[in-house]
Design a protein around this ligand. Structure first.
Ligand code: DI6
Ligand code: FE
Length: 406
C-alpha cells in the first residue's frame, strides 16, 4: 500500500513528451516513503484507489507541477543597495559603481558586519517569499564574505535555512566573487587565499555542494577562474560559473572544460561556448531579473542554445545589486517577455532544467516514479498562467517529500 494517493488533478509532469508540459488530464500520483511510486492517468491505476493507498487526497481539479527550483541565488547577504539603484538611475553604470568601491564590495561590508543570527533572519524572510510561490529546492551562494570566517558564516546560514524550513538547499562556495578591499591590486594573491585557505576550510566542514566564480573584467580572469576550478577538482566538488554576463571572456567554454553543472547569465556567449556546453552537458542558466534590472540590451543567444539542445534553466539570481528579485514566477514572465521563451520552456527552466543545473536531475524537477514527491497545487486554468501574470500568487498548496507542507 502507498502512503498516499493524489487524485483529481491536471498534472504537468514536465517529463519530455509529445504532449505540452507532459500533461495528464485527470492524473494520479501515488506516494511511498517520500517518493513518487506511481504517476499517470487515473484511468490506468492498477486497482481501486482505496485498495492502493492508506490515504486519498483530492487536488480539487487543480493543476499540479513539480516543486519549483531556483538554481541560482545570493539570498544570504546583509543590507541592500537601494541607494545604488538611485545612482544608476542618475546615469552611473553597474561597472562604474563597482570600480568606485560600491557594488558587491558594499554588500561585503554589510555582510561581514552582520552576525549569523541576523543573516539567518534577513535571508529567511527573503526565502519565505520564494517558498510561498512553490519553491521546494533552492541554491544559495556565498560570495559576500570573501575571507575564511565570513564565507563560512554565509554557508552555515545557508545550511541552517535548509534545516529550519521545508526546502532543499544546495550551497555553492563563491569566494571568487569580488576582490575584497584588503586585497586591492593583489588579485592573484586573493585567488591563492580562496584556493589554499577558504575552500579547504569550507569543505572541511562540508559546507559547499559546488564551487562558483565570477569570470569578468570587473572580477576574475579566465586564468584565475581556472585556478579556482582546479582547486574545486582536488576537493571533488562540481563547478558552475558566472560567465559572459557583461563581456565575452570564454568563461562558458572554460566551465565546460571542467564539466561544469552550469554556466550562468550568458548574454555574451558565443558559438564556441555553446558548442563546448553542448559537449559537456553544461546547463545554460539564464537570469532575466539581472538582464532587466541592469537594463541589458544584448540578449543571450536563446535560439542557438535551443538549436544545440543545451538545457536552459531560469533562476532569480536574487541578490542586492543586479537582481533584487524575490519572485520566481515573475522570472518566468520575464523569460517569456524579454527572452522570448515559451511559457512551457520557462516552466521547464524552473523545474526539469533547474534540477539538472544543481546535479539533481534524477531526484527532482519532473514528476516521475522514483523522484522526490515534491509538487505544487495551483489555482490556475492553464499552466501558461504561471508565466503570464506579473504578481499575484496562485500557489494553493505545496507537497514536499510526500507531505503537505504549505
Ligand atoms: N553577477 C551578478 O549579477 C551578481 N553577482 C555576479 O557575479 C551581482 C552581485 C552584486 O551586485 O551584489
Ligand atoms: Fe549571480
Amino acid at each position: 500500500m502507498w502512503d498516499s494517493l493524489w487524485l483529481n488533478g491536471k498534472i504537468a509532469t514536465m517529463e519530455p513528451s509529445q504532449v505540452p508540459y507532459g500533461a495528464l488530464d485527470d492524473g494520479a500520483i501515488g506516494i511511498e516513503d517520500g517518493q513518487i511510486a506511481w504517476v499517470g492517468e487515473r484511468a490506468r491505476l492498477p486497482d481501486e484507489p482505496k485498495k492502493l493507498a492508506k490515504q486519498i487526497r483530492d487536488a480539487g481539479g487543480r493543476w499540479i507541477t513539480p516543486g519549483l527550483i531556483d538554481c541560482h541565488t545570493h539570498l544570504v547577504h546583509g543590507g541592500n543597495r537601494a541607494r545604488e539603484f538611485e545612482l544608476r538611475l542618475q546615469g552611473a553604470s553597474y561597472e562604474e559603481i563597482a570600480k568606485a568601491g560600491g557594488g558587491i564590495v558594499s554588500t561585503v561590508a554589510a555582510t561581514r558586519d552582520a552576525d549569523e543570527e541576523m543573516l539567518l533572519e534577513l535571508s529567511g524572510q527573503r526565502l519565505d517569499l520564494l517558498l510561498a510561490e512553490g519553491v521546494t529546492t533552492v541554491e544559495i551562494k556565498s560570495g559576500y564574505g570573501l575571507d575564511v570566517e565570513n564565507e563560512m558564516k554565509m554557508l552555515r546560514v545557508a545550511r541552517l535555512l535548509g534545516k529550519g524550513r521545508e526546502v532543499t538547499v544546495k550551497t555553492t562556495f563563491l569566494g571568487a566573487h569580488a576582490l575584497p578591499p584588503e586585497f586591492a591590486g593583489r588579485s592573484s594573491d586573493y585567488i591563492d587565499q580562496v584556493c589554499a585557505e577558504q575552500l579547504p576550510a569550507v569543505t572541511g566542514e562540508g559546507l559547499a555542494d559546488a564551487v562558483d566564480a565570477f569570470c569578468e573584467d570587473i572580477a576574475f580572469s579566465p586564468d584565475e577562474t581556472r585556478r579556482v576550478f582546479e582547486a574545486a577538482r582536488t576537493h571533488r566538488l562540481p563547478v558552475k560559473l558566472h560567465a559572459e554576463q557583461l563581456s565575452n571572456q570564454g568563461g562558458a567554454a572554460l566551465a565546460a572544460e571542467f564539466g561544469a553543472l552550469s554556466a550562468d547569465h550568458l548574454e555574451h556567449l558565443d558559438a564556441a561556448g555553446i558548442e563546448a556546453m553542448k559537449e559537456a552537458g553544461t546547463v545554460a542558466v539564464l537570469l532575466p531579473g539581472a538582464f532587466y534590472f541592469l537594463r541589458e540590451t544584448k540578449l543571450p543567444p536563446i535560439e542557438a542554445l535551443r538549436e544545440a539542445k543545451v538545457p536552459i534553466a531560469i533562476a532569480s539570481d536574487s541578490n542586492p545589486g543586479s537582481s533584487p528579485a524575490l519572485s520566481l514566477l515573475l522570472m518566468l514572465n520575464m523569460a517569456c517577455t524579454l527572452f522570448r521563451m515559451t511559457p512551457e520552456e520557462a516552466l521547464a527552466g524552473v523545474t526539469r532544467e533547474g534540477a539538472k543545473a544543481l546535479g539533481l536531475g534524477t531526484e527532482t524537477g519532473t514528476l516521475r516514479v522514483g523522484k522526490w514527491a515534491d509538487f505544487v497545487l495551483w489555482d490556475i486554468e492553464d499552466p501558461a498562467e504561471l508565466a503570464y501574470r506579473l504578481g499575484g500568487n496562485p500557489c494553493a498548496g505545496v507537497v514536499r517529500g510526500g507531505t503537505v507542507v504549505r
